[in-house]
Design a protein around this ligand. Structure first.
Ligand code: NAI
Length: 325
């Protein structure tokens, strides 16, 4: 029996016409949610549009006996974001869950990236998170309940050659989600980021993109894929994504990775570091050079949730190192 259910919940999944979003939408519907299936229906590099992608998935859901409605607006415009959320409000009167997932790639080396490769990528990943996220948040805030899942990427958290544009858009999900989680906590709204890994039509864009990937970049991608045999599918990501948007999940302000069936938490942490001698004289560059190993050592580390937490952690380190009582 499925313990985690979404009966009575209304979910919006952007980019749900293919790949990860499609799988999220189907499983949400199987578990009782009513789903707005949004998809612009363009190519893997964000060219063109078609109503087919969204309507196909809506049909699949209805064939399963589930409830779904299609929306084909673009997440990358203010008007599109508003219309996507309005589809949920007009059809079912509310929105409980937003999975912000739509996106595409336009890879190029950092020094060759053009505005046509930068602006649309920032629009579809970063700005879309505002365009869809803000109207969704407003409705959730009024209702006192919400689950938001932004889609980040290991390309941003850990780095991936030829994806500076994409990493900039996806990396921003971390800061955005952290703030939404803090502000939303007063209204029953939780926000997290997923770093998915799945073979999808984006795979073709991944390493070749518009141009052939150079040898140096290949050497940066020397991952051992032997353990991932058959597990780099959307279905291996969906359980984590759905748990994070379920009522059962109380975690917020987090980043979680799904990779080949390994589910993990990804954290930004600060080393205990080196504390400059008390007083108003700043340390010299030479002091930093002399203590750089200590600054870099991640022995004990903290995980600040706000800048204020970081002050607390720094004060603790100062006491430990005897420079502050
Ligand atoms: P996909 O290409 O199979 O699905 C993305 C969907 O988004 C497509 O159906 C596309 O039509 C739709 N879309 C694109 N622009 C849109 C727009 N302006 N408005 C509405 N819909 C739009 O790709 P996949 O792999 O399922 O990716 C889903 C998300 O996960 C993306 O944000 C991607 O960047 C991210 N991601 C994927 C990874 C992977 O390994 N597949 C790894 C890390 C992140």
């Amino acid at each position: 029996m499925n313990q985690i259910r979404f009966d009575g919940r209304v979910a919006v999944v952007t980019g749900a016409g293919n790949g990860l979003g499609r799988d999220y939408a189907l499983e949400l519907a199987r578990r009782g949610a009513k789903v707005v299936v949004n998809d612009l229906g363009g190519s893997a590099s964000g060219v063109g549009a078609s109503k087919d992608a969204a309507s196909r998935v809506v049909e699949e859901i209805r064939d399963l006996g589930g409830a779904a409605v299609a929306n084909t607006d673009s997440v990358a415009t203010r008007a599109g974001g508003a219309a996507i959320v309005q589809t949920a409000l007009d059809t079912w009167g509310k929105i409980d869950i937003l999975i912000s997932n739509a996106g595409f790639l336009r890879n190029n080396r950092f020094d060759d990236l053009t505005d046509e490769q930068i602006d649309p990528i920032i629009d579809v990943h970063l700005k879309a998170a505002f365009y869809v996220g803000q109207p969704a948040y407003r409705a959730m805030r009024a209702a006192g309940y919400g689950r938001i899942l932004f889609t980040g990427s290991a390309s941003a958290m850990f780095g991936h050659a030829w994806q500076a544009n994409y990493a900039a858009g996806k990396g921003a999900m971390l800061g955005l989600s952290n703030v939404v989680a803090l502000e939303g906590s007063a209204y029953g709204i939780q926000s997290n980021v997923i770093l998915p890994t799945a073979s999808s039509r984006l795979e073709g864009e991944m390493n070749t993109g518009y141009l052939e990937i150079p040898e140096f970049a290949k050497s940066l991608q020397s991952a051992d894929f032997s353990a991932s045999e058959g597990r780099v599918t959307p279905a291996f990501n969906t359980p984590l994504a759905l748990y994070l948007v379920s009522e059962a999940c109380t975690a917020t302000h987090g980043v979680y990775s799904a990779n080949s069936g390994r589910y993990s938490r990804v954290r930004i942490c600060a080393s205990e570091g080196w504390f400059a001698p008390m007083g108003s004289t700043p340390p010299s560059v030479d002091d930093i050079a002399a203590h750089f190993d200590q600054i870099c050592t991640l022995g004990e580390y903290s995980e600040p949730m706000t800048p204020y937490d970081e002050f607390t952690a720094a004060a603790k380190a100062a006491r430990k190192q005897g420079v502050h009582s």
